[in-house]
Design a protein around this ligand. Structure first.
Ligand code: 5GP
Length: 184
């Protein structure tokens, strides 16, 4: 029997640092597992296939969808993103604590499929700080940045619908807060 209470969905606007926070938490507590999503977007410099994402073609993504291999998916700023069913179910069956890092649409979908999952929204200290972090990444075109900021503003309004909220002022503190929340 899978324990869906071991499933944590970490979400928040792009650029808020949710991947960095989860990576910091896992470095200190590697027993907590994170799934690797599939995406059709191109890898950014330094990203590794199978580590950051399973990078794939649109055709392959659509095949996975058709085979029901994708638990939830989203089309975001021109690319598909999806959680692989195999990544989640195998870990839950083994009794592991599993963290999914996905966007706000994905979080709502997972909560529908696994009502016992805990959803956690990571907030930026302010919208100005979020814009600064997105720009500082230096990996987006002005158009992509504009799209992401516009999406982020809408996403921030959804924070209240989550089970828990954390603010990412410093990565270390936010990672620790997330760990405490999982252990609660
Ligand atoms: P990025 O291109 O910056 O890596 O990701 C863009 C957005 O897609 C982020 O908000 C990220 O959390 C979200 N995302 C990543 N993987 C998934 C997934 O499997 N499902 C959904 N719904 N969103 C995802």
């Amino acid at each position: 029997m899978q324990n869906k209470k071991c499933l944590f969905v970490v979400s928040g606007p792009a650029g808020v640092g949710k991947d960095t926070v989860v990576a910091a938490m896992r470095q200190a507590h590697p027993e907590i597992e994170k799934t690797v999503s599939a995406t059709t977007r191109n890898p950014r410099p330094g990203e590794v296939d199978g580590v950051n994402y399973h990078f794939c073609t649109v055709e392959h993504f659509k095949k996975l969808l058709a085979e029901d291999g994708i638990l939830e998916s989203n089309f975001y700023c021109g690319n598909y993103y999806g959680t692989l069913r195999s990544e989640v179910d195998a870990r839950l069956a083994a009794g592991k604590e599993v963290v999914l890092v996905i966007d706000v649409n994905g979080a709502a979908n997972v909560k529908r499929i696994y009502p016992d999952a805990t959803t956690v929204f990571i907030c930026p200290p302010s919208t100005e700080e979020l814009e600064r972090r997105l720009r500082g990444r230096g990996t987006e075109t002005e158009e992509s940045l504009h799209n992401r900021l516009e999406t982020a503003r809408k996403e921030l309004a959804l924070a209240e619908t989550y089970d828990e909220r954390l603010t990412n002022v410093t990565v270390e503190q936010c990672a620790e807060d997330l760990y405490q929340l999982i252990r609660k």
